[in-house]
Design a protein around this ligand. Structure first.
Ligand code: DON
Length: 565
């Protein structure tokens, strides 16, 4: 195929700022769409996309590019990119074999079920989200090493770390959005830390300002020289433990030394002529996605059309049922017998949808989980010239995680403990409720919604997709797939169009501000849906491999950027 790069008129965005004298300073140029021949990287930040693509150009495969990208995001996208958090990777190798890597954080050994409750058994405000007690044992560095050992083509770990080290050492320009996010988080950074760091400033952060992270560069050098031992042992581990001791956290040296990433069987299921691979527990993403697609499969949704009230009503009703199940049946499979096979079976979902009424919204309390026998994350999608693909969703949980910065080591720790169910039936940060399956236990992984996904069509790679967004992750991936497969939208329209979301509780259909024509809203309300506007939902990064073309698309809701060749 001849090489050609297409920019949609609207696909090229200048991230720019206006100075007082009206002069415009260019910070970055981002590409929202690129048509490519054989390789592409789509991430939340142009610097990370460029680094990933450079690795592909040097002969690296999708795994190599993913590792370099993950470390680059830890530097240039500190709101969610991380070495102090965790995530999940779906990996399709050049022979078409798909594997799932779990590098999710886990509860420290000293964690226990009621650790965020006071003596009256009420949740202590902020305890699971802000400060050292909110931190789960990080998984990212172990995850990257596991991916490297299994799939690297370059077999040169040093090379994969170097771009991130350079970025931390020399700095990068903050985008307007990044400066704003850092400024908005100053109070919390100060509250969560007894020491200062690159993330705390007396003057406000400015767009275009060069942001350097010397301590982080040194930490990355230790990881570069020693692999996981450079993080889970030695000076960095000692810094983490000291930070915990100083600030009321409970992670110990043993917790760090014992952490391992785990290869798991992906969730795999058929939707019409497509085969979908997504993340298995401890993420709920793949199971819930399977339930959602199974639920809509028998209906003529493509005839009804994109954003038709009938299509939205069906999708929302499927979401209510799947999220009700999530609240009860999903958790870490090493601690709780998650009934995966039942939940993703077509028969099960058909039964679940027997109560679906095309003329009426069901009341959430009438749904509850079926009895069975038995805002910030980041996503990146990559394809390589050998048919390989990687789909990674990674996070610190909320923006800048626990806000705790490891003194001397220069990185932010997650607040992933909030993804456990601190108390039965009490919503977490994302309004999600849980119970026994997701209660806090020592060394258990907290339930996630992250849904890195790879879709095949007739055995060939078709789509790589994922997004941040807490509980809305699963429904955003669902909508993107349905938009492409059922509504025939091109990838830009499938991603840039507005989204909706229902998660069983609370009883709202959330809509992005301005989403849906008035007429459609009225029809949905008449069916009994309560609509609630909210800020943007998700930041989808996807690659579509069609018969004649490959397109990589970055979401237009942020600084996201697609690169490729
Ligand atoms: O694992 C999860 O489901 C959450 N910690 C993800 C958080 C998230 O997506 C925040 N992003 N906007």
């Amino acid at each position: 195929m001849t090489k050609h790069i297409t920019f949609l008129i609207a696909s090229c965005f200048l991230i720019a700022i206006s100075c007082k004298n009206q002069e415009t300073v260019q910070v970055y140029e981002t590409q929202k769409l690129i048509d490519v021949d054989s390789m592409a990287v789509v991430t939340a930040h142009p610097a990370a996309s460029k680094i990933g693509l450079a690795i592909l150009e040097q002969g690296g495969n999708a795994v190599d590019a993913a590792i370099a990208t993950q470390f680059a995001l830890a530097v240039c996208y500190p709101i969610a990119g991380n070495i102090g958090g965790g995530g999940f990777m779906l990996y399709r190798d050049s022979s078409g074999q798909v594997s799932a890597l779990d590098f999710r954080e886990k509860a420290p050994r000293r964690a226990f079920q009621d650790m965020y409750l006071d003596s009256d058994m009420n949740i202590v405000k902020d305890a699971s989200t802000l400060g050292a007690l909110a931190v789960g044992v990080p998984g990212t560095v172990a995850g990257m090493e596991a991916a490297f050992l299994k799939g690297s083509r370059l077999k040169d770990w040093t090379k994969l770390l170097q771009p991130a080290i350079d970025l931390a050492e020399n700095g990068f320009k903050l985008t307007p959005r990044q400066a704003k996010n850092l400024n908005n988080s100053q109070r919390k950074f100060r509250k969560a830390n007894v020491t200062t760091s690159d993330f705390i400033s007396r003057k406000s952060f400015k767009a275009g300002q060069i942001f350097t992270q010397k301590d982080l560069a040194n930490t990355l050098r230790l990881i570069q020289s020693n692999g996981t031992d450079g993080f889970y042992k030695g000076p960095v581990a000692a810094d983490i433990v000291r930070c915990m001791e100083l600030q009321g956290g409970i992670i110990t040296a043993e917790d760090l030394e014992d952490y391992t990433a785990k290869w798991r069987d992906p969730i795999a299921f058929d939707y019409k002529e497509y085969r979908v691979f997504s993340m298995s527990p401890p993420s709920s993403g793949g199971v819930v996605l399977a339930q959602l697609l199974n639920a809509i499969e028998p209906y003529p949704i493509s005839d009804w059309g994109f954003q038709d009230p009938r299509s939205i009503h069906l999708m929302v009703e499927a979401e209510k049922r799947a999220f009700a199940d999530r609240s009860v049946h999903l958790g870490d499979p090493d601690f709780y017998p998650v009934p995966v096979d039942t939940l993703i079976s077509k028969d099960y979902t058909l039964k679940r949808m027997e109560t679906f009424d095309p003329s009426k919204a069901s009341v959430i309390d009438s749904i509850s989980a079926s009895a069975l026998e038995s805002e910030e994350t980041t996503h990146f999608s990559i394809i390589d010239p050998w048919g390989g693909a990687v789909s990674v969703t990674t996070t610190l949980n909320t923006a800048f995680g626990s806000k705790v910065v490891v003194d001397g080591a220069g990185f932010i720790l997650n607040n992933e403990m909030d993804d456990f169910s601190s108390k039965v039936g009490e919503p977490n940060f994302y309004g999600l409720v849980g119970a026994e399956a997701n209660k806090i236990e020592a060394e258990k992984r907290m339930l996630s919604s992250m849904t890195p996904t790879i879709v095949e069509k007739e055995g060939n790679l078709f789509m790589v997709v994922g997004t941040p967004g807490g509980s809305t992750i699963i429904t955003s991936v669902f909508q993107t797939i349905v938009n492409v497969i059922e509504f025939n939208l091109d990838l830009v329209d499938a991603i840039h169009n507005c989204r909706f979301h229902h998660q069983w509780k609370p009883e709202f259909v959330f809509l992005e501000d301005g989403c849906l024509p008035e007429e459609t809203r009225k029809t949905l309300s008449a069916l009994g849906h309560e609509l609630k506007s909210r800020s943007s939902i998700g930041r989808v990064e996807a690659i579509l491999v069609d018969e004649n073309s490959i397109s990589a698309v970055a979401d237009n809701r942020g600084d996201d950027d697609a690169r490729g060749m």
